[in-house]
Design a protein around this ligand. Structure first.
Ligand code: ADP
Ligand code: MG
Length: 272
């Protein structure tokens, strides 16, 4: 992370519990370069408590880079990101000193990311995949973590797979385990990067339904997706990105019914 180029505001925490509907994530003027390539060119985005925000856009528009920056898997070149008002990546307070690795890990524990490639640990059972982080990272008692994992596995329709290994599951089942794992740590926000793109078409719906059920429980979710029906039906807001910028950011219904730019209009015409 290149601290010298960061232009950012100080910590905004006031010690109060976030109100319902308060911003969980705030992105202000976020910039990210890969060498000469500007992948994110000043992104502004707010995600409120309980909101489901879909991020749409052509390949290469910066969608993955955005969620990877949010999860601090990539350093940033400018702007700022806040989680519950806390500046990400920097020590809290007046000086902008980059966080230590331990500090970054502590912030990252408050979000979960679900990837296109489920990234389950192949040599662990489904149950251990779901309980490992709560026990080893969050210090939850094993019996409690196990009870919660079994409950989550039931919610994603995989009660009978707790003792199976990932290779014994279909791609859709593996992704549902990955979702249960992401939820098990009670993150403030769930990030998804094209969670159904690696799946055979007949397995996509079961994963989308799992995500829809999750959204209905009031989880705060940011979902990069090409699934237009999902975005229209499940998202509260849709963001359209192109060339590292947010082109449109609107309630889902208006986004699809009445696009404001030719760019989004032609994207929707091509995608639906
Ligand atoms: P999307 O997810 O919308 O398809 P990405 O965020 O993956 O787009 O990529 C945005 C741009 O950044 C693309 O031009 C891509 O080639 C480039 N890019 C992404 N990751 C890297 C990387 N690690 N190194 C160099 N360029 C990258
Ligand atoms: Mg991508």
């Amino acid at each position: 992370m290149n601290g010298s180029q960061i232009t950012t505001a100080p910590d905004r925490r006031d010690g109060a519990t976030p109100a319902p509907g308060a911003p969980v994530l705030e992105v202000v003027g976020l910039r990210k370069r890969f060498g000469d390539l500007t992948a994110l060119d000043g992104i502004d985005l707010t995600v409120n408590e309980g909101e489901v925000v879909a991020i749409l856009g052509p390949s290469g528009s910066g969608k993955s880079t955005l969620v990877r920056c949010l999860d601090q898997l990539e350093g940033i070149d400018g702007g700022a990101m806040y989680l519950d008002g806390e500046l990400l990546g920097f020590e809290q307070g007046r000086t902008l000193r980059p966080l230590t690795d331990a500090g970054v890990r502590a912030q990252r524990r408050r979000m979960s990311m679900v990837f296109q490639q489920f990234n389950l640990f192949p040599h662990w059972t489904v149950l251990r995949n779901v309980t490992e982080a709560p026990i080893a990272v969050h210090g939850i008692a094993p019996a409690q973590a196990k009870a919660k994992a079994l409950d989550l596995l039931a919610k994603v329709g995989l009660s009978d797979k707790a003792t199976a290994y990932p290779r014994q599951l279909s791609g859709g089942q593996q992704q549902r385990v990955a979702i249960a794992r992401a939820v098990a740590v009670e993150p403030r926000v769930l990030l998804f990067d094209e969670p159904t793109s690696a799946l055979d078409p007949e397995l996509i719906d079961e994963v989308l339904q799992t995500m829809q059920a999750l959204a209905a429980t009031g989880r705060t979710m940011v979902v990069v997706t090409h699934e237009m029906e999902f975005a229209r039906e499940v998202a509260d807001r849709c963001i359209f990105m192109a060339e590292g910028r947010v082109i449109e950011d609107r309630p889902a219904e208006a986004f699809f019914r009445d696009p404001q730019t030719d760019r989004l209009r032609s994207f929707l015409a091509r995608s639906m």
